[in-house]
Design a protein around this ligand. Structure first.
Ligand code: NDP
Length: 316
């Protein structure tokens, strides 16, 4: 076989780079009398959500962004949450509002997300921001898709003119990443569960983005040799047989799986490393970018709403 091996696109490194640039910008804004502020709303006690929020708050501390947490109980009503969001909308010292998902089932999540002022919508989920993205106007772009673009940009991967295939069409990842690639002049195909001949379509891709939520689904047969593969998927596996399917012979993984009883696998099969030109690992690929882009979005929101003309450091 070939001895060529794929370039690993190191998300931890790129994320650290962005966070340090954000920190410099925050310092500059503070010197000009503007302190960026992020409010996080965390309902109930979902353990995964608690970890995400903790990491977001930590990143704020690292970058100098002011942050505060609001933690209504699991039993909160839609009305109470709307009141909280509206009070945060009115505060001049809060630039970004993040409502951590999922929300409990009695809450009308769409209504709550729609209530976040588009100017403070650092997740980029508000229809106003979706519209700005699709019409190429300045706005707030969803963090994970924006992170995918930063990985490509900072790794000098040619997007303009490239054949890009996105597997997944969610509002949170698939659709916005497809829109960003289109805006960056790629030729984009969006695939989903009803796509015929998915393998053949994927094999056309110079840039393949997997945002599916199915462990290891993108095997080497889906991948054009030498192409760039961006793996958004985060799937936790606990089954030994499944572990062997992906990581047999990987001593480092083996040790951590044995120790903790689980490991993370992306939507892309680890064997794709043997055929891709460049790829994002899981963990340590797209994941770390999400929080870095949240920090960048908070700064962008500060500048868009009450800022000056300082040029933004992150793309678009
Ligand atoms: P969704 O479940 O909302 O969307 C999944 C998409 O994949 C859908 O469009 C679905 O198609 C498509 N799909 C499912 N099965 C197949 C199949 N067999 N063949 C082709 N397409 C298929 O997931 P999200 O977009 O929210 O997340 C995707 C993945 O990314 C998850 O693993 C999630 O954990 C991860 N994620 C990671 C983040 C990060 O790195 N920080 C942030 C957000 C998500 P259809 O529309 O037809 O149902």
């Amino acid at each position: 076989g070939s001895t060529m091996s794929a370039t690993i696109l190191d998300g931890n490194k790129i994320s650290a780079e962005i966070k340090s640039e954000v920190a410099a910008e925050v310092a500059e804004l503070k010197a000009a009398g503007l302190r960026p502020g992020l409010a996080v709303v965390l309902v109930g006690h979902n353990p995964a959500s608690e970890i995400y929020v903790r990491n977001k708050v930590k990143a704020c501390e690292l970058t100098g962004i002011y942050s505060e947490q609001h933690t209504p109980p699991e039993t909160v009503s839609t009305k109470d949450l709307l009141q909280l969001v509206e009070s945060l909308n009115r505060r001049d010292d809060i630039d970004g509002i993040l409502v951590q998902l999922p929300l409990p089932k009695q809450v009308d999540a769409k209504k709550v997300l729609l209530a976040v002022s588009p100017e403070k919508d650092v997740d980029g989920f508000h229809p106003m921001n979706v519209g700005y993205l699709s019409t190429v106007r300045p706005g707030l772009v969803p963090c994970t898709p924006a992170g995918c673009m930063e990985i490509l940009r900072r790794s000098h991967i040619q997007v303009e003119g490239a054949e890009a295939v996105v597997v997944g069409r969610s509002d949170i990842v698939g659709k916005p990443v497809a829109m960003l690639l289109t805006n960056a002049n790629a030729t984009v195909t969006i695939c989903h569960s009803k796509t015929h001949d998915l393998k053949e379509v994927c094999r056309r891709a110079d840039i393949l983005v997997a945002a599916i939520g199915r462990a290891g689904m993108i095997t080497p047969e889906y991948v054009k040799p030498g192409s760039t593969v961006i793996d958004v998927g985060i799937n936790r596996i606990t089954d030994r047989a499944e572990f062997e399917k992906y990581f047999a012979g990987d001593a480092k993984r083996e040790a951590s799986f044995t120790k903790s009883g689980s490991t993370l696998v992306g939507d892309v099969h680890p064997k794709v490393v043997e055929i891709a030109g460049a790829f994002t690992p899981v963990p340590g690929g797209v994941g770390p970018l999400t929080i870095a882009m949240l920090m960048a979005n908070t700064v962008k929101a500060t500048k868009l709403r009450r800022g000056n003309t300082v040029q933004s450091i992150v793309g678009d």
